[in-house]
Each structure stands twice: as structure tokens, then as C-alpha cells.
Ligand binder design. Structure first.
Ligand code: SF4
Ligand code: SF4
Length: 169
């Protein structure tokens, strides 16, 4: 079994602005927030690198993110190293964010190197053209009523072609 590792790309945070909200500010570091996904309130501590800008935005009332439009979570920030995005409350992020796995199956090649990820029901993300073709030809046509049977079938198909399915815990 593979262990899910979030690389903090921020893709899943891009539309959660209306669903992760601040209930109350305690100081420029600490807040009580609400997850409207599972209706929980949770304390957060903002990473020092983002405290000032988040406190300023909160004071100014922007972004409120209360409308229906899909806006990024207010804690999603551009990484200070300039490479991608990060969560400004990563250590204290809510349970829904901790529990979320954006892929559920890794595919390894004969050397054991990850060469594909399966997201959602049966969508593959891969740069391996042969694997992509195999997936499109033989996996996407499999019935999905029984997920355990589906995984077993997929494992068999992959093994026949020198790949290995590694489900995420
Ligand atoms: S859970 Fe997945 S989509 Fe969301 S930030 Fe982590 S790697 Fe990106
Ligand atoms: S709290 Fe962090 S992990 Fe959760 S949606 Fe916001 S930026 Fe993403």
C-alpha cells in the first residue's frame, strides 16, 4: 500500500474560498475558522511568513469569499520560494483538508518508479504514453460496480504489462 503524500500544489484549494471561512480573529496569528464542508469549527495558527498579509486582508474585510463564485481558500498563498502555492495554516489545517487524497492509486513501472496516478473513479494522470494507451484501451472499459473487483482487475491488466498497482492507504 502507498502512503498518500500531498505535494501542496493547491489545486484542491482553488475553489474552497466560500467553504473555509474565518469565524473570529484572536490575534494576528490565531483564528477560529469554520469548514462548511463538514460544519466544524477549528482553531488555526498562521505560518509566520503569511501572518501580516492575512491579518491585513481580514482587517480590510477582503476577501470575504461568501458568494457563490468559486474562489481560492483565503489561506492558499503563493510560496515564499516562488515555486507554486502553499497552505498558510498547513500544520493546523482542518480535518477535511488533512483527510483529502487527490489520488487513490499509484502505478509503478518495472523499476518501481511511480509513473501514473489514478484520480476520481478511473482517470489516469501519466506521462507514460504506453501506460496511457493501455489504460484507455483496457481499463476505462471495465465495469466499476464493485470497486474491489475493479482494483483487482486493473492490477491484473497492469501486471501483464510490467506495471504494478499500488493503492493508497
Ligand atoms: S491534496 Fe492533491 S490537489 Fe490538493 S494540494 Fe495536495 S497534491 Fe494538490
Ligand atoms: S485550509 Fe489550507 S489545505 Fe485547506 S483548502 Fe485552505 S489552503 Fe487548502
Amino acid at each position: 500500500m502507498a502512503v498518500f503524500e500531498c505535494d501542496r500544489c493547491g489545486k484542491c484549494c482553488m475553489s474552497l474560498g466560500a467553504l473555509i471561512t474565518i469565524e473570529r480573529q484572536l490575534n494576528d496569528r490565531d483564528y477560529y475558522c469554520r469548514s462548511k464542508i463538514d460544519n466544524t469549527v477549528f482553531p488555526v495558527c498562521v505560518d509566520p511568513a503569511y501572518r501580516e498579509e492575512i491579518a491585513d486582508e481580514y482587517d480590510e474585510g477582503v476577501p470575504a469569499h461568501s458568494g457563490p463564485e468559486k474562489l481560492p481558500c483565503r489561506f492558499l498563498r503563493r510560496s515564499r520560494d516562488g515555486d507554486g502555492t502553499t497552505c498558510a495554516i498547513y500544520e493546523t489545517r482542518p480535518k477535511v483538508c488533512r483527510d483529502f487524497c487527490c489520488y487513490r492509486l499509484l502505478i509503478r513501472n518495472r523499476e518501481g518508479v511511480v509513473c501514473g496516478k489514478v484520480i476520481g473513479k478511473n482517470t489516469i494522470r501519466t506521462e507514460d504514453a504506453a501506460l496511457e494507451k493501455l489504460w484507455n484501451d483496457q481499463v476505462t472499459v471495465l465495469p466499476y460496480e464493485d470497486p474491489a473487483a475493479w482494483t483487482k482487475n486493473v492490477s491484473g491488466i497492469l501486471e501483464e504489462h510490467d506495471y504494478r498497482a499500488d493503492p493508497v492507504e
